[in-house]
Every structure is written in structure tokens, then in C-alpha cells.
Design a protein around this ligand. Sequence first.
Ligand SMILES: Nc1nc2c(ncn2[C@@H]2O[C@H](COP(=O)(O)OP(=O)(O)OP(=O)(O)O)[C@@H](O)[C@H]2O)c(=O)[nH]1
Length: 244
Amino acid sequence: MKTNIKTGKDKTLLELEKKFTVIKEKGHYLHLYGPVYFPIILNYKRYVFNWYVWHKSEYSMTFQELLMELKSHGAERNYNSILTYGNFQYSDNPLVRIHSCCFTGDVFGSTRCDCGPQLHHSLGRIIDNESGAVVYLDNHEGRGIGLFAKAIANTLQEAGYDTYESNNILDFEDDERSFDEAVTILKHFRGLRGISLLSNNRDKLLSLEKDGVVVNGLIRLCGFENEDNKRYLYSKQQRVMNYI
Ligand SMILES: Nc1nc2c(ncn2[C@@H]2O[C@H](COP(=O)(O)OP(=O)(O)OP(=O)(O)O)[C@@H](O)[C@H]2O)c(=O)[nH]1
């Protein structure tokens, strides 16, 4: 039997709708769906996470309205995710990695940056800690300049410019990212219960704290230097004031 998205009367849809939440924050709405059972393989072992995905919009939608929007424009949009592990909501000090999308490093294993190893190392740390989450921000690609501009920026780096100068030549700021959505999601799950952040970037911690996320500590993610990313990491240390 075909499900009826328009009326939402179908039993299957009503079941799915139980996983749907609308979060209002600062004049926009995050439409959150999950948990979705999410097994991964890390270092040859299998672990089970919970995956949630969200869609940001200026207006609030019902589940049925969202499904219709997905049907017409779903593949064109960016969606961000949170992968939670253990009792993320209530455990004492979960580890959190807020990871900006890096298609080249995370998916293809590019060694131009340290993003891929940071992501996999974070998953391992979270598993060892028995609780935590990776917030994966798909709309942060290339520190917020997008994949196409990042490809051009990479070419500029071949010509001798550093990662920030390359952004600036293309008329972007050094860093175009906003952490607002990560803040909303972390507050949704954790409220005022603290987390520890896996990052070398103290500015990230400050962005979270400024908007009310309680951060108990910053845990460095280093040791991923190689021949290809040496200059990229050096530029970050020089240019990001709060890089630790
Ligand atoms: N514009 C640009 N972005 C890059 C480049 N290499 C990696 N990125 C992006 O940089 C972002 C990661 O930011 P980083 O500055 O490496 O690290 P961070 O998130 O500020 O700090 P950490 O938490 O310590 O990783 C991802 O979105 C990557 O896609 C590059 O050469 N140019």
C-alpha cells in the first residue's frame, strides 16, 4: 500500500513522526529527525551510534510539510547531523567533536589537511569515553566557503598563498563559519549539563560558551601532521589567535 504523505494518515508515517522534533531558536527552526540506528566500523570493530539529522528553515513545518519539501528540493539542501554514543543526554562528561565538513579529507582521505584523522580519532575517543557526540556541520565545507571555492583556494595554495590568504583573494573572510546550529543542538540534548570539547580551536569553545553551552574542558586533537598538511597547520597556528 502506498503511504499518503499529504494526509499523513498512514500508520507508518505516524510511527516515523514520533522521531520528529521542531526546535525554535533565534527566529529559525531546526527540524530534527532521529534517532536512526547507526552502526559503524572503526579500527576493525563495530560500534553502534544514534544518528540524528536536521533541516534548518525560517518557518516551522509539520512532518508532512517537511516530507513534501524533501520530495521537491531534498537533494539540493544541506543537512547537518549529530551522531551520539552511549547515554549522551545524561552522562557526566561526554566528549563532543564539532566537525566542519571536509569532503576532501573526510571522504577521500586527502592529506592536504588533518580533518579526516581528526574525525576518526574523535569517534574513537568518544567510544573510549563511553559517551559523546560528533556534530557534523555539512554547511561548513571549506570553513564555510563551500566545496567549489575550496577547490579554487587549494589551487591558490599551490601558487604560494596560505589557506587564509586564498580565502581572502576569493573575497571570503578567513573563517565564514557560524556555530549557532551546533549550539542549538547541544542545548537541545544537554541543556545546562556540561561537555568536554575535542578541538584545538579555543574560538570554537568561546562561540559555544557565549551562547550558553557549558564546556568543562578543551581536549586537543593533534599529532596528524604530514608532509602535505604541514604548511596548512602552521598557518592555522599563526593566524587563529586562540589556536592551542
Ligand atoms: N578554505 C579552506 N578550508 C579548508 C582547507 N582545508 C581544510 N579546510 C576546511 O577547514 C575546516 C576545518 O577547520 P580547521 O581550521 O581545520 O579546524 P577547526 O575546525 O577550526 O579546529 P579544530 O576543532 O581544531 O579542528 C573544514 O571545513 C575543512 O573543509 C583549505 O585549504 N581551505
